[in-house]
Design a protein around this ligand. Structure first.
Ligand SMILES: [Zn+2]
Length: 607
């Protein structure tokens, strides 16, 4: 170890682990300790804990843990000496390192130093470039903002930076930092030329890379540093160093598409704004933002491209189990323009009343659709189904289905249930098509039981029906109902959750005299008997906590039957609509079955 042990101990003693971790994770006090969302794994409820008295941290979710140095090593991918050195700087204890050691400083460290030197170089150049200053002034950025953001200017020459920095930084390091490029015939030339330069920093203010905006008509208009060992666009957000405190305080992060938009918003006092860097918003960006706030609002340009970008981000939000929101700007305006024209309060207000992305997407589809004809309605139902299927939180999905069914059945001869059934059927199919149903999703807590393999359908069922099925099976297992009462109305095939269906088949065949159904299931010897035995035990345990009554079973049997009847009825109605113009045997048959089913439905309702 090249750093003296006493130095390491002195730094450890002076550092406050809570303060260090707080730079990355929003912590809440819980007793003597602090908790927050773990930065090392995806979670929704905090299991990441910091213990100030022991100066240690531990995540009960993923098992990571350690001291203040290991935290820095883990989160910023540092070596141990780098972590010690970094913390030493923060607490004011300089770390002496041997000469030989300095030569072996990691490439990462050297790139960061080169970037810092380049940022200072660009800032100095701006002072000598009135044309560049004029562009910034015209865009409305004040001198104070320019200074605070460290905005600079890359001169038009081919070797200005490489000559100026080449004296102190090896050209190879400048190349690794993406600041210069190697010429084919040897030598190097500057990567950024005649551009405004926006330094891109991490949460500690270290310069990771640069964004360059063309001053004239040069293409591309926006040019970012290439990916380097320190610059990863998929996880970096412009402005996060300045915005993170405000994001944590307001509980909301606003994401814009350009650094100019972010800079303007921050200047005008909307501090919780960050920008993506010429890449689409990705899952990693969201995971970074979630460390600070649960709510992410997209503020994209109010044109078709902005809407399309918002549309594409919907599955990304769903993939990390977050609800995205979108702020709709008047057509053709970007956030920068909006703030200049309407003012900062209007922008804040718009952000606060941003629409959930799901709703935005549904509205767009509904606007394009035609609900006045049966064909139009069927097409619309097919169009919205994939959006609904992508929603992984079941109560939320149920709520949207209910609202659409309510809205679409208003003033129509058919009932709301008719639309709801048709929606659920399409949602189920869309889930199977996209494979999204196979992903783990939080179902209603009652059904958090062992699941049979290939349990795809269960995850997209209305929870009401999954619960009804559970009540019926639970009632059968504990004797709250008899096999006859259930199976006079239902067949095992009426159960839609595959595990429930399999269990129903066994119970259907089971002798009434069986005393221990769980044991009988075990001995049934089917492929899934282990899983089903677990499911049955779980249901019996549920019965202890929340007993199912005979009335609950009877109601549930009816609910399952009704869902089946209604699904079949709307299927027949759709087919009848298609057959409308061609009388014949087929149409007569459909009409007859429809009449019978509708009568059955009425009779059951009547009692
Ligand atoms: Zn964790």
């Amino acid at each position: 170890m090249s750093i003296a042990e006493e130095t390491i101990e002195a730094i450890r003693a002076r550092a406050d682990i809570a303060a260090v971790v707080s730079q990355y994770v929003t912590l809440k006090r819980r007793g003597r300790n602090l908790v927050g969302l773990c930065p090392f794994h995806t979670e929704k409820t905090p299991s990441f804990s910091v213990f100030p008295e022991r100066q240690s941290w531990h995540c009960f979710g993923c098992g990571e843990g350690g001291n203040v140095f290991t935290f820095l090593m883990r989160i910023d991918h540092l070596t141990f000496p780098e972590a010690v050195e970094r913390l030493g700087q923060q607490v004011g204890i300089p770390v002496e390192r041997s000469r030989e050691n300095a030569a072996r400083r990691s490439l990462r460290q050297q790139i960061l130093e080169a970037n810092q030197a380049a940022a200072e170089f660009f800032a100095r150049q701006l002072e000598k470039a009135p044309a560049a200053q004029e562009v910034l002034r015209r865009r409305g950025l004040t001198a104070d903002s320019v200074k605070a953001l460290g905005i600079g200017y890359a001169p038009a020459g081919w070797e200005t930076l490489s000559t100026a920095l080449g004296r102190s930084v090896p050209r190879e390091v400048l190349a690794q930092a993406g600041l210069v490029r190697e010429r084919e015939g040897g030598g190097y030339y500057d990567y950024f030329r005649d551009r405004l330069i926006f330094p891109i920093r991490d949460v500690e203010g270290r310069v990771l890379g640069f964004g360059g905006r063309a001053l004239g008509d040069a293409q591309p208009k926006y040019l970012n540093s290439p990916e380097t060992p320190v610059f990863d666009k998929s996880r970096t957000l412009y402005g996060l160093d300045r915005a993170r405190r405000a994001i944590a305080d307001t509980g909301m992060a606003i994401v814009v598409e350009g650094y100019m938009d972010a800079a303007m918003a921050q200047q005008e006092g909307v501090l919780n704004v960050v920008a993506t860097l010429g890449t689409a918003l990705g899952a990693t960006h969201l995971e970074v933002l979630r460390r600070y706030a649960p709510r992410v609002v997209l503020a994209y340009d109010g044109d078709a491209a902005g809407a399309a970008a918002a549309e594409r981000s919907l599955p990304i939000f769903e993939s990390v189990d977050m609800e995205g929101h979108i702020l709709i700007l008047p057509s053709g305006q970007d956030p920068d323009e909006f703030i200049r024209k309407q003012g900062v309060d209007a922008f804040r207000q718009a952000a606060a009343s941003a629409l959930p992305l799901v709703e935005f997407q549904l509205r767009r589809l509904i606007e394009r659709g035609d609900r006045s004809t049966p064909e139009g309605r069927a097409a619309l139902i097919r169009a919205v189904a994939p959006v609904l299927a992508a929603i992984r939180q079941h109560p939320k999905r149920e709520e949207y289905v209910r609202r659409l069914a309510e809205e679409w059945s208003l003033g129509q001869p058919f009932g709301m249930q008719h639309i709801a059934d048709a929606l659920w059927r399409e949602v189920r199919q869309a889930s199977v098509r996209s494979g999204s149903a196979a992903r783990p999703a939080a179902g209603p807590s009652h059904t958090a039981a062992p699941q049979a393999p290939a349990d795809r359908d269960q995850l997209v069922l209305p929870p009401r029906i999954a619960l009804a099925e559970q009540y019926v099976l639970q009632g059968l297992l504990c004797g709250a109902t008899t096999s006859d009462q259930v199976f006079d109305v239902l067949t095992p095939e009426d159960f839609q959750v595959p595990a429930h269906r399999a269990l129903a088949r066994i119970l259907w065949l089971m002798d009434e005299e069986v005393k221990d159904p769980v044991d009988a299931i075990r001995r049934s010897g089917g492929e899934d008997s282990g899983v089903l035995e677990g499911l049955a035990s779980h249901m019996l345990a549920e019965q202890e906590k929340l007993p199912v009554t005979t009335k609950m079973v009877t109601d549930s049997v009816w609910a399952i039957k009704e869902t089946k009847l209604r699904a079949r009825i709307s299927e027949l109605q759709l087919r009848l609509a298609k057959l409308q113009s061609e009388p014949g045997e087929e149409r007569t048959r459909v009409e007859k079955e429809l009449q019978e089913l509708e009568k059955e439905l009425r009779d059951r309702k009547a009692g």
